[in-house]
Design a protein around this ligand. Structure first.
Ligand code: SAM
Length: 279
């Protein structure tokens, strides 16, 4: 991922989707009446969405809000920018083995009433483990609300790029392609993971979405800011890579270059998987 501050500038789609889903679940969040709710945001990134969207949806009085992310750099940024009373940011890999989860749990022995995760779990390789860890981090009767990408044509662009001279950068496609992308029925796969983990009630649904970016600068930012290989290239390679990326996107009909670059468009449909489950 690019510099944390840059990600903050270009996560409007994630914010829009998180807000939409939180609004939908507003009535069913089962906030505690005593103002002691504890909330964990898995894959919190910069913490902007944690604060601007999750916190604003929570009761004014709450126990604590903890954001975790695998990236030390991004957690440092989140701490500097957002840490304050009852709001903490910590490094945690959600697919860690039990020892790491237990170490984290020791700091939070009462576990969490709510675990949320937006736009993170598609980066995780062992999703079964991640779902089990989320289950273990919840209190009994706690709820999780998860949102992850399951279909996105950007994965097809990565696949095409990996067949070209960029193969050397993209050899480990498992890092780039969500497990769900190649699965026929992502919702059924998720239901199985939730059942194996021990969740008693769950609602799993697919939500269609559309991303639209206009103008070369916004398009470039969105292509590069979450691209896992972007920072592995020098400036000259980045220019060539971007050109090849957009040529493939044009071939797929999702990138339309205009004579006036500020009118170029990059737009495509995608699918989110949304889970609401109770322990
Ligand atoms: C696209 S960002 C989403 C950030 C934020 N939730 C949002 O919606 O704006 C995905 C985040 O997931 C984090 N991530 C990826 N794999 C992870 C893992 N195994 N455990 C915890 N965080 C992870 C990344 O470091 C990144 O910050």
């Amino acid at each position: 991922m690019e510099a944390p501050s840059k990600y903050s500038d270009y996560n409007r789609i994630q914010r829009r989707d998180a807000q939409f889903i939180l609004n939908e679940y507003e009535e069913r969040m089962q906030w505690r009446k005593d103002g002691t709710d504890t909330v964990l945001d898995v894959g919190c990134g910069t913490g902007d969405l944690t604060i601007d969207i999750i916190l604003t949806q929570m009761p004014k009085k709450f126990g604590k809000l903890v954001g975790v992310d695998i990236s030390q750099e991004i957690i440092e940024y989140a701490k500097r920018t957002h840490q304050r009373e009852n709001i903490y940011f910590e490094v945690l890999d959600i697919e860690s083995d039990d020892d790491d989860i237990q170490r984290f749990s020791k700091k939070h022995p009462d576990r969490f009433d709510h675990v949320m995760s937006f736009y993170c779990l598609h980066w995780v390789r062992n999703q079964t483990k991640a779902v089990k860890n989320i289950y273990n981090l919840l209190k009994l009767n706690g709820h999780c609300l998860l949102v992850l990408l399951v279909k996105n044509p950007i994965y097809n662009i990565y696949t095409e790029l990996s067949k070209t001279k960029w193969k050397y950068l993209m050899s480990d496609m498992d890092d780039l392609l969500t497990d769900f992308h190649s699965r026929g029925n992502a919702a059924a796969a998720m239901v199985e993971m939730l059942t194996v983990a021990g969740f008693k009630d769950h609602e799993v649904r697919i939500i269609p979405g559309k991303m639209e970016f206009t103008g070369y600068n916004e398009i470039k930012a969105n292509v590069t800011v979450i691209n896992p290989v972007w920072l592995k290239m020098n400036a000259e390679e980045q220019n060539e890579y971007l050109k090849d990326y957009l040529d493939i996107a044009a071939g797929m009909g999702i990138y339309k270059e205009a004579d006036d670059q500020s009118e170029s468009t990059f737009s495509f449909s995608y699918q989110l998987l949304n889970v609401h489950a109770a322990k």
